[in-house]
Every structure is written in C-alpha cells, then in structure tokens.
Write a protein that binds this ligand. Sequence first.
Ligand SMILES: CC(C)(COP(=O)(O)OP(=O)(O)OC[C@H]1O[C@@H](n2cnc3c(N)ncnc32)[C@H](O)[C@@H]1OP(=O)(O)O)[C@@H](O)C(=O)NCCC(=O)NCCS
Length: 187
Amino acid sequence: MGAGYKNGTKICKLNIMKIRKVELSEADTLLQITTKTFLYAFAHLNKAEDIKIYCDSFLTINRITTEINNTDSDFYFVVDEDDIIAYLKLNYAGAQTEFKDSEAVEIERIYVLAEHQGKQIGQQMLDFAVSMAQSKQLKYIWLGVWENNSNAIRFYRRNGFEVFDSHYFMLGNDKQTDLLMKRLISI
Ligand SMILES: CC(C)(COP(=O)(O)OP(=O)(O)OC[C@H]1O[C@@H](n2cnc3c(N)ncnc32)[C@H](O)[C@@H]1OP(=O)(O)O)[C@@H](O)C(=O)NCCC(=O)NCCS
C-alpha cells in the first residue's frame, strides 16, 4: 500500500481505491452514507421505534456537522473511482466516547456499503487506522461493538482485538450491551 500526503491529508492508494479525509462541505454526503449503512446493518435487527429515535437524535445534519468540526475527530471516505463506498471515524483525546486517553485512538465508526462488503475494504480501513495510531505513537486502538454483531466481532478478533470490558448503549429505548475491544499498537 503506498501512502503520501496531499494538502495535509494522508492519501493511501489502495489499488484504485483511496482513503481521504472528509471535508466540512461534504457533511450531507457523510450523513447519507452514515444513515444508509446504519440502517442496512441494524434496522432489521431492532424495533423500528428505537431505530427512529436513534436516527432523529444522532443522524442529523447538525450533529454530523458538529462531529466533523471536532478537531479531535477525523472522518475518512474510501473512494473507488468517483464512488464513496465506505467511511471511517477516528476519535482522539477528548473526542473519544469513553476513557479520553491521550495515548489511545477510538474507532467509533467503520462502515462499508452492503454491496462492497467482504472485499477487504474494512480490512484496509483498519490497517489505515493502525498506521495513523503508529504515526501518532499511540499505545492502543479501541472500539465498542454490539454484542450481537458477530460478523464485526470476528473481523476485529482476526485483527488482534480482544475484549477488555463492556458498556451499555441506548438504541432508542433499548438498553444494549457493547463489547469494548482493544489492540495494542507496536511502533
Ligand atoms: C464489519 C465491516 C466494517 C467489515 O468490512 P468488510 O470490508 O466487509 O470486511 P473485509 O472484507 O475486510 O473482511 C471480511 C470480514 O468482514 C465480515 N463481514 C461482514 N459482513 C460481510 C459480508 N457481507 N460479506 C463478507 N464478509 C462480511 C466477516 O466477518 C468477514 O470475516 P470472515 O472472512 O471471517 O467471514 C463491514 O462488513 C461492515 O460495514 N459491516 C456493517 C457495519 C458494521 O457492523 N460496522 C462495525 C460496527 S462496530
């Protein structure tokens, strides 16, 4: 995988794909892919009313804009030719949803459009997150994953993540358990 910097943004060439930072002007596009991938992954496994409460609270243009503007968070798109096919959100320092450890990075979101899943795109985003953590000399990378998301848990385990804790997550009115998984970073 070749990597370089352009206008301060890390560009990784992944065959014909690239990973690039999301710009503030792309908030609408980010909201669209965030909503689409979230609904595809979780709508059929949860009550419609819980999904609606979550979407109305968290998947709004105001919320997404605030998240992009947070200087301790970075969003990335994976672009194939001109098509945006996946996205990644990394949180550092105070932007992390828990712990706020300055020596850690959180993968808060990693989502691939359904028709592109199983093609190693998630793998490349994960490798990218690890390379970002290495370049910032962080000690570990962590994330929360719904205990029922067995595909994603298998994907993380295969990549060296181990469960170290759990917490509750409110999806609407449904109290769910997220497993917290971490992987140490070697420089
Ligand atoms: C989890 C996810 C990011 C992995 O990315 P990906 O590009 O599909 O994964 P890769 O091709 O790099 O690796 C394949 C692994 O992903 C998982 N996977 C999830 N959905 C898959 C699908 N439709 N087809 C194939 N593999 C899938 C499998 O665990 C697979 O591992 P396996 O080979 O042991 O079965 C992606 O499938 C996704 O966006 N899923 C829905 C959203 C989600 O659950 N995000 C994580 C929230 S914590």
